[in-house]
Design a protein around this ligand. Structure first.
Ligand code: NCD
Length: 310
C-alpha cells in the first residue's frame, strides 16, 4: 500500500520514535545502510528555491546506494507549459520509486500524493508544513536533551509564515509536559488554525510574548526562524519586521548554560555568527540530523511500498 508523508501527523508518535532509532543506527553504522536502495530512484521536484532540503534528500538517497532524478528549476520544467501538479506526479511516478516535492502552494504535495503511484514526501508546501524538517528537529532535541518531557521550548521569529514552526508544534503536541513560549512581533503571530487546532485542542502549556529577553532565561530550547520575505505581500512590512530578533552573545548570556539554539536555516541575521562556536549552537548539527532522518524515512516508505526489503 502506497504511503505518503504530507503532514507530520501522517506519522504516529511511535513511528517517529522508530525513525529516530533508525537514524541513530545509521549514524553509528552507515556502512550497514550503504547499498539498501541500490537500483531505486528518488525524484526531487522542487518548484521553489531550496538548497539544503533538496541536497539533503539527494545526499540521503545517495548514502543509501540509490540514485536521484532532480528537477530544480520550475521555470524550465513542464509546469511552465501549464502542466498540473497531478499530471507531473503521475508522469514522475513512471520514472521514480519515491518523490520529494516542494511547492509554493499550500496543499500541493497532498494533490501530488493523490495522483502519484509512488510515495510522496512533502518537502515544504507554501506556509503550511514541512514534516521532514520536523523530523530533523526532533532528532536534534532528542540527541541533545535526551527526550522531550519537561522541556520549555521557545519558538522565535516569523511564526505566521514559518512552516517549520507549524509542523514542529504539531509534533510536540503529542508529547507530555512540554511548555511552549511563542516569541514574535504581533503581526507575525502563530496562525489561529495552529493555535486553536493544535495548542488549545491538546491543552498545551503555552505563553505568547513579543519579548525575547524576557523569555530567554526560561528556555531549554530556543528555535529561531527567519522572517519569510517571499511570503510577504509588501516589501515595506518585511523591511520593518525583518530584524525584530537578533540573537547575540550578550543576549545568550541570559540563557541557561545548557539551553540549545536551533534554526532550520537559512539564517539571514537572526543569529549572530559569533554564536556559531558557542557549544549551545546546534543548527549545523540539525542539518546533519535532517539527512539521517530523511534516510530513515525513505527506507520506511520504500519498504512499506514493497520496493525494498531489509
Ligand atoms: C526552511 C523552509 O524551507 O521552510 N528551510 C529549510 O527547509 N531548511 C526554513 C526557511 O526557509 O526559513
Amino acid at each position: 500500500m502506497k504511503r505518503s508523508v504530507i503532514d507530520i501527523t501522517d506519522l504516529t508518535k511511535e513511528e517517529i520514535d522508530r525513525l529516530t532509532d533508525t537514524a541513530n543506527d545509521i549514524i553509528n553504522d552507515p556502512e550497514k545502510y550503504a547499498h539498501i536502495c541500490a537500483g531505486k530512484k528518488l525524484a526531487t521536484l522542487f518548484f521553489e528555491p531550496s538548497t539544503r532540503t533538496r541536497m539533503s534528500f539527494e545526499a540521503a538517497m545517495y548514502e543509501l546506494g540509490g540514485a536521484v532524478l532532480s528537477m530544480t528549476d520550475a521555470a524550465s520544467s513542464s509546469a511552465s507549459k501549464g502542466e498540473s501538479v497531478s499530471d507531473t506526479a503521475k508522469v514522475i511516478s513512471c520514472y521514480a520509486d519515491i518523490i520529494a516535492m516542494r511547492h509554493p502552494k499550500e496543499g500541493a504535495a497532498y494533490v501530488a500524493s493523490n495522483a502519484a503511484s509512488v510515495p510522496v514526501i512533502n518537502a515544504g508546501d507554501g506556509g503550511h508544513c514541512h514534516p521532514t524538517q520536523t523530523l530533523a528537529d526532533l532528532l536534534t532535541i532528542k540527541r541533545e536533551k535526551g527526550g522531550f518531557s519537561g522541556l520549555t521550548v521557545g519558538l522565535c521569529g516569523d511564526l505566521k509564515f514559518g512552516r517549520t514552526v507549524h509542523s514542529l508544534i504539531q509534533a510536540l503536541s503529542r508529547y507530555d509536559d512540554i511548555r511552549l513560549v511563542l516569541i514574535s512581533p504581533e503581526e507575525l503571530r502563530l496562525p489561529d488554525y495552529v493555535y486553536n487546532d493544535v495548542i488549545l485542542k491538546n491543552r498545551m502549556k503555552c505563553t505568547q510574548t513579543t519579548d525575547l529577553l524576557w523569555a530567554l532565561p526560561k528556555l531549554d530550547v530556543l528555535y529561531m526562524t527567519r522572517v519569510q520575505r517571499e511570503r510577504f505581500f509588501n516589501e515595506e512590512d518585511y523591511l520593518r519586521l525583518k530584524d525584530s530578533y537578533i540573537l547575540t552573545p550578550e543576549k545568550l548570556f541570559l540563557a541557561k548554560r545548557d539551553m540549545i539554539v536551533m534554526h532550520p536555516l537559512p539564517r539571514v541575521n537572526e543569529i549572530s555568527v559569533a554564536i556559531d562556536d558557542d557549544p549551545r549552537a546546534c543548527y549545523f548539527e540539525q542539518v546533519k540530523n535532517g539527512k539521517y532522518m530523511r534516510m530513515a524515512l525513505i527506507l520506511k516508505l520504500l519498504r512499506e511500498n514493497g520496493a525494498i526489503t531489509y
